[in-house]
Design a protein around this ligand. Structure first.
Ligand code: LLP
Length: 452
């Protein structure tokens, strides 16, 4: 595999920062040539806090959660929004999710520990994971999580055994796969037949799992869960999955008499990574994915269940940016210009992993048009350590502050210590004030686990 084509064919788009549309955090503005978010000067913040630095626009994050609650409840009153913490889970952001009245999806014991440290109400936790370990299940039961979403027969039996031993009953959702192939990257499709997640509706395993859940002591079957994938632009995949789910619920009612009291439709709404992207709005998504379900239930004589959605990316991705300092600008005549920053695949693996694309600006020249084309690379020992191939960028020089947009979701949570790189700090910005919620890692943190 070779690197993507050389930049000689690519033209700079000439846009200024404020012309980048949907990738901008809601409070982004330009003052005296500097990019401001949440009323805070990104250039000054980078200098004070050091780089690489994750910055989250708190108003943007909160307003997306509020918009989800409004739009989902406009289509389905008896509903909850379950924020998917795998997109961005920290103690600081979990507290905000609790304050906004949402539930929280945790997908590991670690994410549960963060939620506990945030004082998140445990009855509003939905625990996920295709292979939860026994200690993770014990922790979930002991913490009193509201719901566990089950993916395997073994897990159902384990929950039953652990719950009986504790003389309790655990509410579960059975995760089903509707056999719908979402229009997105193969690594983040989850609703297809061949998936490590959930039970297939088509081959009968979902029905078997439901019957098992109904028969086991200590297990209370609360309903069904499905999630077809992530970063989905074409809403028809959600609608198609809903038809399969509704037919299945009707079949379950006929065969067992059981009617699902809860239905969790997962997450997956796509967002803008590039200025030209035109994703659906939350309102459009809610109308198609949620509104449509009511008729499907009514047509089949099913009672209207309590409904949940689990958005992650579409809540937080555009709220976040990453700030870097340019170390060097290497022009290879006739080939490309490499702009090296003080982070890379350790704080944003998505370009290397999925071929994702991003937008960036020089934060200290934010009022200027992007007239140059350059490839923004990291500092790690790997040629694929690139954040953006052939980015349109303002004229750039060492010492400049680069701001990469749309890094709020699946960046911090997928960060690594490759090359023993210390992971960035994270700052919430709001009303002109920065608030650090994660401090920068130190060499002492790295050494803390070494035994010598
Ligand atoms: N619910 C379940 C069960 C999920 O597995 C996920 C995402 C979500 C909800 C939230 O989906 P969202 O609204 O964020 O699309 N690391 C990948 C994304 C993996 C998605 C995993 N599951 C990326 O960086 O694109």
């Amino acid at each position: 595999m070779s690197l993507p084509p050389k930049s000689e064919n690519v033209k700079a788009d000439g846009r200024t920062t404020l012309e980048l549309g949907g990738v901008l955090p809601k409070t982004a503005e330009v003052r005296d040539g500097h990019l401001f978010i949440g009323g805070v000067d990104m250039v000054k913040l980078a200098r004070v806090m050091g780089t690489a630095l994750y910055v989250v626009d708190e108003d943007h994050f909160r307003s997306q959660l509020e918009e989800y609650l409004t739009q989902v409840r406009a289509n389905w009153q008896d509903s909850d929004v379950v924020y998917a913490g795998k997109a961005l889970a920290t103690v600081g952001t979990d507290k905000i999710v609790a304050e906004e009245g949402c539930c929280l999806d945790v997908s590991s014991g670690g994410e549960l520990a963060l939620a506990q440290a945030a004082g998140f109400p445990m009855e509003r936790i939905v625990e996920h994971g295709n292979n939860k370990t026994v200690p993770e299940l014990e922790e979930a039961l002991d913490a009193g999580v509201g719901l566990i979403v089950v993916d395997t027969h073994e897990e159902l039996e384990r929950i039953s055994r652990l719950a009986v031993a504790r003389e309790m009953s655990q509410k579960v959702l059975v995760r089903v796969t509707p056999g719908v192939v979402a229009d997105t990257h193969a690594y983040i499709q989850t609703g297809a037949e061949d998936s490590k997640f959930g039970f297939s509706i088509h081959n009968g395993q979902a029905m078997e799992a439901l019957k098992l859940a109904l028969s086991l002591p200590g297990v209370e079957l609360a309903g069904l869960h499905m999630h077809i994938g992530s970063q989905i632009f074409d809403l028809s995949g959600f609608a198609a999955a809903n038809v399969v789910a509704a037919d299945f619920m009707a079949q379950v009612k006929e065969e067992t008499g059981y009617e699902a009291g809860m239905l969790d439709l997962g997450g997956g709404l796509g967002i803008s990574y590039q200025a030209a992207d035109k994703p659906s709005t939350i309102a459009e998504y809610a109308q198609v994915a949620i509104g449509g379900m009511r008729d499907l239930c009514q047509e089949r004589g099913l009672k209207v269940p309590h409904l949940m959605v689990e958005p992650g990316r579409s809540v937080v991705a555009n709220a976040g940016v990453t700030l870097y300092t340019v170390g060097s600008v290497k022009e290879i005549p006739g080939v490309r210009t490499w702009v090296a920053i003080d982070g890379g695949m350790t704080d944003n693996i998505r370009t290397a992993l999925y071929g994702a694309s991003y937008e960036a600006v020089v934060a200290n020249k934010a009022d200027q048009p992007r007239t140059e084309v350059a490839t923004i690379c990291g500092k790690h020992c790997e040629s694929g350590d690139v954040i953006i191939y052939d980015a349109s960028l303002q004229p750039v020089e060492p010492g400049d502050t680069i701001c990469v947009f749309t890094t709020g979701a699946y960046n911090h949570t997928m960060a690594s210590n490759y090359n023993a790189q210390v992971r960035p700090a994270m700052v919430l910005v709001r009303d002109g004030k920065p608030r650090t919620i994660i401090r920068r890692e130190t060499y002492q943190d790295l050494l803390a686990r070494e035994i010598y």
